[in-house]
Design a protein. Structure first.
Length: 103
């Protein structure tokens, strides 16, 4: 299933909405959106993942890429990830450096 990616600004938050599968073939689309989000100067980048049914290791690399691209004072928040995706994020230890929220 392809990945659908959208970008919007809500106040001081850049919102990236993902739907589909985040894997090696779809991660470049997410990376392009992260590049755009990093330039907006907001204090939070919220990645809404409720529509992501599967995330491979490339998805984890994408979250690390996001951390590297945004300013150090910007909070990255992953919102609404389904249990298997959230578990993957926790197992990799990324929940220590990004905010993982149910919604």
């Amino acid at each position: 299933m392809p990945l659908s990616v959208s970008l919007s600004i809500a106040g001081d938050t850049t919102v990236i909405e993902l739907s589909g599968e985040l894997d090696a073939s779809t991660a470049p689309d997410f990376h392009q959106t992260i590049e755009k989000a990093a330039g907006h100067g907001t204090t939070t980048v919220e990645i809404r993942m409720a529509g992501v049914g599967y995330m491979a290791s490339a998805g984890l690399r994408s979250l690390v890429f996001a951390q590297q691209k945004v300013a150090p004072n910007v909070t990255i928040k992953v919102v609404g990830a389904i249990d298997p995706v959230a578990r993957t994020i926790r197992t990799a230890g990324l929940h220590h450096s990004i905010v993982l929220s149910d919604g």
